[in-house]
Design a protein around this ligand. Structure first.
Ligand code: ZN
Length: 180
């Protein structure tokens, strides 16, 4: 089981080379697969067919992506792309705290978790694509960022269809209680 990473600041480790980017990217994509499978399970318990399918589709898309990255790794002679480096050992930028996931998770909650993961990945790849000294890193990171941008956009579109449901559980605890 993954440990909670909630309080850890989202600092990106330095990526020295395409080889390191490939290793991290594989981890990022596999985390996304795991996340979407969990979210699909959650939505299945809600009998939400649309979001169950959507999350399963996204899990498949991220898995294909991970496989592409694995092929890239093999081309580059990297033996163990699944072995993450540095501070992300067991904690990639797409890892999210699913300890909060429970059977009462609404579609809105699920989509917010999905969006947060996609935005973290986009920020990570986007920063590398914009700033890295190595053009090969910038190019690969740019391609990965484009994919994540599509996922971010998809999450936003879905959030329009599934606005938050306000219940007692969701109510802002800081707001004064106005009686019931
Ligand atoms: Zn993604």
């Amino acid at each position: 089981m993954r440990k909670k990473a909630a309080s850890k600041p989202a600092t990106n480790p330095p990526i020295a080379s395409v080889t390191e980017l490939v290793a991290i990217a594989h981890r990022v994509e596999m985390d996304a697969v795991e996340r979407y499978q969990l979210l699909a399970d959650q939505m299945e318990t809600h009998n939400n067919v649309e979001l169950t399918r959507m999350f399963l589709d996204l899990a498949r898309a991220e898995r294909l992506h991970a496989e592409e990255i694995r092929r890239l790794a093999i081309e580059r002679g990297i033996d163990a792309p699944v072995d993450p480096i540095g501070p992300w050992r067991g904690d990639s930028p797409e890892a999210i705290d699913l300890g909060e996931a429970h059977y009462r998770m609404t579609p809105y909650d699920a989509l917010r978790l999905a969006l947060a993961g996609e935005q973290r990945a986009l920020a990570f790849y986007g920063e590398l694509a914009a700033t890295h000294a190595d053009p090969a890193v910038r190019k690969l990171a740019g391609a990965l960022a484009d994919e994540e941008q599509e996922h971010v956009d998809l999450c936003h579109r879905l959030l329009h269809r599934y606005p938050p449901v306000v219940t007692d559980r969701d109510a802002d605890p800081d707001r004064p209680h106005t009686g019931d």
